[in-house]
Design a binder for this molecule. Structure first.
Ligand code: ATP
Length: 269
């Protein structure tokens, strides 16, 4: 997908397409997470990488309007997240899959959770329930409809979160470490869905192989944009930096960094 091929009903026009952060400063608690951060995100596949605490989840919270910056402005496909009227349009424009499903899920059963996504985006209650059941059936998950969320595994809850976003088909999906609890078939399914969708995807991960083929990857380092460019280049630069730090800290020996996918990438950097 690119911005010229978007055909979603209600999709923003070409001129308003994209997510803009303009000179954004964000404080969380006593900590300044971002200072004067400016970004314009228009690419269809964007990866977000960086160490723990770098600011990946904070960036997502800003984009979907959960947090407001102390200074600066955030607009999502033309909607200013600081304006109440604009905020009502956000569920159609952007959806966030939280890192922890328990931060996202509100309702006791799977069908209710999916139906809620639709009612929040303006669908009438009865129709929302019918659509939720049909959506589950299409995904061979009809038997999940009455299941209590509290009785699902972590990975199953993550799948419910993903479906609750996909059912409204927002223009942009923000996926915060979406692979972390999924079994291998579900990871493959998610990768295939990401490849196939016409939605804009912004995905944070510690597993570089999930984003290294992306058109654009942002590397956040302590709230600062340390890298921004094609996935392969930015992932390689981050991996080289990790390797250097690990060797300096004697976490790994120079010649011993060969095990596992992540360490392999670091070793190859
Ligand atoms: N609820 C909170 N209150 C105060 N500070 C917070 C809160 N959540 C995060 N922070 C701080 O904000 C900064 C960025 O955290 P954030 O969760 O955005 O990082 P991250 O890159 O998503 O990390 P991870 O890879 O561990 O998920 C960190 O310094 C963190 O301590």
């Amino acid at each position: 997908m690119n911005q010229n091929t978007m055909t979603q009903p209600g999709a923003p026009s070409h001129s308003t397409y994209g997510i803009r952060l303009e000179s954004v400063t964000l404080k969380r608690g006593d900590r300044v997470v971002f200072e004067q951060l400016t970004l314009h995100l228009t690419q269809s596949r964007i990866g977000l990488i960086g160490d723990n605490g770098a600011g990946k989840s904070s960036l997502f919270r800003l984009i979907c309007g959960l947090d407001q910056p102390q200074t600066g402005r955030v607009t999502v496909h033309g909607s200013d997240t600081a304006h109440a009227a604009d905020r009502r349009t956000l569920p159609r424009k952007v959806g966030l899959m939280f890192q922890n499903p328990d931060d996202q899920i509100i309702f006791p059963t799977v069908a209710e959770e999916l139906a809620f996504s639709l009612t929040a985006a303006g669908t009438e209650k009865k129709q929302a329930r019918e659509q939720a059941l049909a959506f589950l059936a299409e995904r061979h998950r009809a038997n999940w409809a009455p299941r209590a969320i509290g009785e699902l595994s972590q990975g199953q809850r993550q799948q419910v979160c993903l479906m609750a976003l996909q059912i409204t088909h927002p223009t942009t999906l923000l996926l915060d470490e979406p692979y972390s609890s999924l079994d291998i078939p579900s990871q493959l399914r998610l990768s295939a869905q990401i490849r196939a969708t016409d939605q804009q995807i912004i995905l944070s991960t510690h597993l570089l192989e999930h984003v290294q083929d992306f058109e654009r990857v942002l590397w956040l380092d302590n709230g600062v944009l340390r890298g921004d460019g094609p996935g392969r280049e930015v992932c390689a630069a981050y991996a080289a930096d990790v390797r250097e730090r690990c060797v300096a800290d004697m976490i790994v020996q120079d010649t011993a960094v060969t095990d596992g996918a992540l360490l392999k990438q670091v070793a190859d950097a």
